[in-house]
Design a protein around this ligand. Structure first.
Ligand SMILES: *[C@@H]1O[C@H](CO)[C@@H](O)[C@H](O)[C@H]1NC(C)=O
Ligand SMILES: *[C@@H]1O[C@H](CO)[C@@H](O)[C@H](O)[C@H]1NC(C)=O
Ligand SMILES: *[C@@H]1O[C@H](CO)[C@@H](O)[C@H](O)[C@H]1NC(C)=O
Length: 273
């Protein structure tokens, strides 16, 4: 699970290098296996922040996406409790670098999916309402959500972006530029079987219908990418199909697991209307 681990790590202070740059020297690895992105390519991508008393700054904890001029979609596990206090969070929009001198936005409400289960990780979704409407521009714009009747598979062009780690112990380095990676959606049955086969004593989890698998060995999300959007190019537009939720570890042979956006469309629409 990417969540609890990074919440602890992000409190330990500035994300200084553990294996300083040794990975980035060999090849342009990203998120895991990705590369640096350009301004405006993912205009719905946001960074969710929480205040660190240790560093005296608002540190990145999760990704998220703009789905409406006043609403951010992210993962439920990014918040420490079911009754998260909006005053403890901030949002960065329209910028591919973290920690530039930029105005962070305030939230007025945080809604955790009512069926979120912290143990099974089912319905790992949350909505954050911004205090003010966003000013839409080429760098700040909502992503579309897919209708129920659209299906996605490994042939779709799907991408993930995030400020997460390159590998389990290799955090993103300054200037903290957003990374992107193209990853395939994985077939439900194969993914379910792969996780079931993983007969380890450590927590092997079940893939439920409200989850979606994507990624391959060396390509996928890692700690700090949680809550970020998985988007696919379909019918000439970008559709958000998933929210980064959990995985066995980064760049594992097992695909990463996302909350399936289509399973919660009714709930999302109800909240933001
Ligand atoms: C966010 O809230 C804080 C505390 O109420 C306030 O000082 C700050 O100006 C607000 N920021 C914005 C961008 O509105
Ligand atoms: C999906 O449903 C929408 C209406 O909800 C409709 O406009 C669209 O044509 C449908 N698409 C497909 C591929 O059936
Ligand atoms: C993927 O979905 C498309 C329709 O969107 C379908 O034509 C294609 O056969 C599917 N491919 C696989 C591998 O399931």
């Amino acid at each position: 699970m990417f969540g609890l681990l990074f919440l602890v790590l992000s409190c330990l202070g500035s994300p200084v290098s553990v294996a300083s740059g040794s990975v980035s020297r060999t090849k342009p690895v990203g998120i895991v296996g990705g590369h640096r992105t350009q301004q405006g390519r993912w205009p719905w991508q946001v960074s969710l922040r929480t205040y660190s008393y240790k560093t005296g700054s608002w540190v990145h904890i999760c990704g998220g996406s703009i789905i409406h001029p006043q609403w951010i979609l992210t993962a439920a596990h990014c918040f420490l409790s079911q009754e998260a206090d909006p005053a403890l969070y901030r949002v960065q929009v329209g910028e591919i670098y973290l920690y530039k001198d930029q105005t962070l936005l305030n939230a007025s409400n945080i809604i955790i999916h009512p069926d979120f289960n912290v143990f099974t990780k089912r319905f790992d979704l949350a909505l954050l309402k911004l205090t003010d409407l966003l000013v839409i521009s080429k760098d700040v714009r909502p992503v579309s959500l897919p209708e129920d009747n659209i299906t996605f598979n490994s042939t779709d062009q799907c991408w993930l972006a995030g400020w997460g780690r390159f590998l389990d112990y290799v955090p993103l380095q300054p200037p903290y530029q957003l990374y992107e990676v193209k990853i395939p959606i994985r077939d439900d049955k194969t993914c379910r079987r792969a996780y079931r086969k993983q007969k380890r004593r450590d927590k092997t989890r079940i893939i439920f219908e409200d989850m979606l698998c994507a990624g391959t060995l060396g390509r996928g999300p890692c700690t700090g990418d949680s809550g970020g959007p998985l988007v696919c190019w379909k019918s000439k537009r970008w559709l958000q199909v998933g929210v980064v939720s959990w995985g066995r570890d980064c760049s594992s042979r097992l695909p990463a697991v996302f909350s399936r956006v289509q399973s919660s469309l009714a709930w999302i629409r109800q909240q933001i209307e």
